[in-house]
Ligand binder design. Structure first.
Ligand SMILES: Nc1ncnc2c1ncn2[C@@H]1O[C@H](COP(=O)(O)OP(=O)(O)OP(=O)(O)O)[C@@H](O)[C@H]1O
Length: 696
């Protein structure tokens, strides 16, 4: 007897009270121990063949589907709702694709044939679809090809803009996603579902695996019951699942719009790799807060697979590098900004850097000389100096170089190293160790100075530094699938673009894009996407297209508002938050985001006006977070793009790159919102708002 559970069950479980969830867990574990369900009081649901209910408590019922050797836990709810849910459904393999689906009974007796049912997400506004009946022209064959159940063909063709939300919520996910994309200009051919061979197991189909899961062990089931909200832990999209398990012949990079589950893929990939014999995986990112968020999610996954716990290390990249450096080279003292400033002052006092200001020398050191680890005057004479305003002639570079040579020696004498130094030393040691081994054994193997993990999985890779990319390239050279990166070029907010391939990290031919957005509503994603080009291309010519991305749910239209004074904006943001809280959004599900420290007072005033303890964050710190409702405020003309950041840039190409990074910042901020978004500022507002404005 095989036991399975459905995503409809874990979602429904998440809606019950804590006490009810506890009772359901006990009943479900009993069922896992005896999948015949004989220990529970089973009742056949007369109206729905194959469906049974099992008594959890006086009021709560599990809905099961039993056929042959399988029991599927399909749903759970209060008595009447549980019966109603089951009697509206059939469980059948799709006639064309072969994927097992719940097919809802189409009822035509209601006022509207597609009146919305309760769904997991609010549906307060219709999606931005073309007017009329967007699917009227699609044939039976075309609709069957994308997984629409036969019973629903007419209803799909009859759906108009007003009823389409209800439609999407009642169709299988693969059909809903395809229709949403088609309705917004996508191509049907991109969504033809895989056809299972005749006789194949309908639960094994990739589309079935996103909603049904075979219980392989009690630990796994208990973990799913403990975290019913963590759908991502179990029910991956077929594309996500394929990327998690794919064998690559070199470093690979997964991209996708915000919220398409790149982090989720990175997490599952890390655990997938950890299953290989002898594997030890490092899951990392560039910041401590991102690493902590990854750790929390790994803990959820590892509950289902405790044997993998010790085989995945989650840590930010800097502490990993520092620990390795100290193991191989002894204690390291990192040079602070003050140390660099003092070294530059000392250089100038000693007569170096003639004609250059201290401020220029410090920034040049940080952004160019140290970042790129330039070792001599000849190297400095040739370096392109991305992001720097002042053009330098040969003589000026020579003068500046004498100061940098002094700074380097000064820091070394004081026993100080910089972060790029650390990464560069490790990179050399990794490559030298490898070369020594090659000489010794005539083949590549782990050297004495080998990276201590077999696989590296890196999240938010778009913001890696030059030194980090070189280091990762060296650390991941040992085996073809040692390096797996996720990131979004549209969310690069800290660094200027540079070529990875030139630094030894070549992902060309091994990059793929995720297209289903789980985080943000269709409306918010569409607005945010207007900030970016539909195809972004990196410095190595690798393109990432956002075309065809769909969100899995709808929400209210985002609001963009400009004000004549701060008081007006503060009052409006306060009211918007108050309304959100009154509408059932908890204070901890709300956030106010601003560009930087200069705008915090405005955010605090809005929070006071709202009278709710909502989070206030700078946009840079919001990376990796998500909230149900977000107000991005103080989007004034002289706030975004940040004039300070643009001030030092002269070269047009660099100016554009920095402007892009500022634009990305607004994209990141806007896409932290799941359901509701408010963008506000003082008139005339940030130039970026011109691209997204839908109402004033
Ligand atoms: N298969 C899935 N099922 C359910 N939820 C999912 C799935 N994949 C991702 N999610 C959810 O979607 C949201 C966004 O996922 P994630 O953070 O991985 O996206 P991302 O692409 O890394 O986003 P960003 O680019 O903004 O960092 C999260 O709440 C995550 O739990």
């Amino acid at each position: 007897m095989t036991l399975l559970y459905a995503s409809t069950f874990t979602k429904a479980l998440g809606r019950l009270s804590a006490a009810e969830q506890k009772q359901v867990k006990i009943a479900t574990v009993d069922l896992a121990l005896d999948p015949t369900g004989n220990g529970l009081q089973l009742h056949r649901v007369e109206a729905a063949p194959g469906f049974w209910t099992a008594r959890v408590s006086q009021d709560i019922r599990l809905v099961l589907h039993r056929d042959g050797g399988r029991t599927l836990i399909a749903y759970v709810d209060h008595h009447d709702e549980a019966y109603r849910w089951a009697s509206r459904r059939r469980l059948v393999p799709h006639e064309r694709t072969g994927a097992m689906q719940f097919v809802e009974i189409v009822e035509r007796t209601e006022e509207s044939p597609l009146a919305p049912l309760r769904t997991d997400r609010p549906q307060e506004a219709a999606a931005a679809l073309p007017p009329g009946r967007p699917f009227a022209v699609l044939t039976d064959d075309q609709l069957l090809d994308i997984g629409v159940p036969r019973d629903w063909l007419d209803a799909v063709r009859a759906a108009d803009t007003a009823s389409v939300d209800g439609l999407f919520a009642r169709l299988p996910d693969e059909a809903a996603e395809a229709l949403l994309d088609i309705a917004t200009g996508g191509r049907l051919e991109d969504h033809i579902a895989v056809r299972a061979p005749v006789g194949a197991d309908p639960y094994a189909h990739p589309d079935a695996q996103r909603r049904f899961r075979i219980v392989e062990g009690l630990e796994e089931l208990k973990a799913a019951l403990d975290a019913p909200f963590a759908q991502w832990a179990v029910f991956l999209h077929p594309t996500q699942r394929a990327l998690v398990g794919k064998a690559w012949n070199g470093p690979a990079r997964i991209s996708g719009s915000a919220g398409t589950g790149k982090t989720i893929v990175a997490l599952h990939r890390a655990l997938h790799l950890a299953r290989q014999p002898g594997a030890h995986v490092l899951l990392t990112s560039f910041s401590q807060s991102l690493a902590e968020a990854l750790q929390r999610k790994v803990d959820v996954l590892a509950d289902a697979a405790p044997e993998l716990r010790g085989r995945v290390t989650v840590r930010a990249l800097d502490p990993v590098a520092l620990a390795l450096f100290e193991t191989w080279s002894g204690p390291a003292r990192i040079a602070s900004r003050d140390d660099v400033r003092m070294a530059v002052d000392a250089a100038r006092k000693a007569g170096h850097g003639d004609g250059h200001s201290a401020a220029f020398l410090i920034e040049e050191w940080e952004d160019v000389v140290d970042a790129w680890q330039i070792g001599d005057a000849a190297g400095y004479a040739l370096v392109p100096r991305p992001g720097r305003k002042t053009r330098l002639g040969l003589k000026q570079r020579e003068a500046a170089w004498t100061a940098f040579a002094f700074v380097r020696e000064h820091l070394a004498r004081a026993g100080l190293v910089t972060w790029p130094d650390i990464y560069a030393r490790l990179t050399r040691q990794l490559l030298e160790g490898e070369a020594r081994e090659e000489r010794a054994f005539g083949e590549r193997a782990f050297g004495e100075r080998a990276f201590p993990c077999t696989h590296l999985v890196v999240d938010e890779a778009q913001d890696l530094s030059v030194a980090q990319v070189r280091f990762l390239a060296a650390a991941g050279r040992a085996r073809p699938d040692a390096l797996f990166l996720t990131g979004d070029l549209g969310q690069r907010i800290f660094k200027l673009p540079f070529s990875w391939a030139k630094l030894g990290l070549d992902i060309r031919g091994r990059s793929q894009v995720l297209k289903v957005c789980y985080r943000t509503s269709h409306q918010i994603r569409s607005l945010a996407d207007r900030l970016l080009m539909s195809t972004l291309i990196d410095q190595d010519g690798v393109s990432e297209s956002r075309r065809g991305t769909v969100s899995v749910f709808d929400g209210p239209e985002p609001i963009v508002r400009l004000f004549n004074d701060v008081a007006g904006e503060v009052a409006a943001v306060g009211t918007w938050i108050r309304d959100g809280v009154a509408g059932g959004i908890k204070a901890e599900e709300l956030a106010i985001l601003v560009r930087g420290a200069g705008q915090l007072a405005r955010a605090e005033a809005a929070r006071r006006a709202a009278g709710a303890e909502v989070a206030i964050l700078a946009m840079h710190d919001a990376k990796g977070l998500e909230f149900r409702a977000v107000a991005v405020m103080a989007l004034d003309e002289d706030v975004l793009p940040d004039p300070q950041r643009l001030k030092d840039v002269g070269d047009m190409a660099d100016l554009e790159a920095i402007q892009e990074a500022e634009r990305h910042l607004l994209y990141v901020a806007a896409t932290r919102a799941r359901d509701r978004l408010l963008l506000s500022g003082l008139a005339p507002g940030s130039e970026f708002l011109d691209d997204v404005r839908v109402s004033m």
